[in-house]
Design a protein around this ligand. Structure first.
Ligand code: S3P
Length: 170
C-alpha cells in the first residue's frame, strides 16, 4: 500500500466513477476499489437484492461502515456509490485522508449511460428520466458540497483522468 492520499470519486450513477476510477488507478499505479462491488462480495448478494431483501437503510449502514474502513487507508482510488453523499459524515471522513472529487453529468447523458442497465434499484420501473431528475434535485446540494467538481458530460474517460491528476497534484 502506498502512502499517497486516497482519491475519492463521488457522483450520481452514470457520471463515470467506475470507468474513470479504473483508468485513473492504472495510470497512477494505485489500487482501485469500488464500494458497491466490495459490499456485493461481502454480502454475497447484488445491490439490487440487498435493497429488496434488507431495505435501503440496511444498505446505507453497510456503506457507512465501509467509508469508515476505507478512509482509514491510504493509496486508494475509491469509487463510491451514488448515495454515499446522503450522509455528510461520509464526505468529511473521506476528505480527511483523501482528495474528494465529484463527477457530474447532465440528466440526458446519465440517462444514455444507464440505458441498458437494469441493476440499479433506485431507477427501477417506468419514467427513468423523471426519477433521475428528481434524485439529482434532491441531492443537488450534497453533491455540490464535495470540494472538487468535474462535469464529465462532454469529456472522454482520458480527459477526466487528466483533470483529476491536475486536481490531485495541487
Ligand atoms: C445508489 C447508487 C448505486 C448503488 C445503489 C444506490 C444511489 O451506485 O450504490 O444502487 O443511491 O445513488 P452507483 O452510483 O455506482 O450506480
Amino acid at each position: 500500500m502506498s502512502d499517497k492520499r486516497n482519491i475519492v470519486l463521488f457522483g450520481f450513477m452514470g457520471t463515470g466513477k467506475t470507468s474513470v476510477g479504473m483508468a485513473l488507478a492504472s495510470k497512477l499505479g494505485m489500487e482501485f476499489v469500488d464500494m458497491d462491488s466490495i459490499i456485493e462480495v461481502r454480502q454475497k448478494k447484488s445491490i439490487s437484492k440487498i435493497f429488496s431483501e434488507k431495505g435501503e437503510p440496511y444498505f446505507r449502514r453497510l456503506e457507512r461502515e465501509l467509508v469508515q474502513e476505507l478512509s482509514a487507508k491510504k493509496g486508494l482510488i475509491i469509487a463510491t456509490g451514488g448515495g454515499v453523499v446522503l450522509d455528510k459524515e461520509n464526505i468529511s471522513d473521506y476528505g480527511k485522508t483523501g482528495t474528494n472529487i465529484c463527477l457530474t453529468a447532465k440528466p440526458e447523458v446519465i440517462m444514455k449511460r444507464v440505458e441498458a442497465d437494469t441493476a440499479r434499484p433506485l431507477l427501477k420501473g417506468d419514467d427513468r428520466m423523471q426519477k433521475i431528475k428528481k434524485i439529482l434535485a434532491d441531492r443537488k446540494e450534497l453533491y455540490a458540497s464535495v470540494q472538487n467538481q468535474i462535469d464529465t458530460s462532454d469529456l472522454s474517460v482520458e480527459q477526466v483522468v487528466e483533470n483529476i491528476i491536475k486536481i490531485a497534484d495541487q
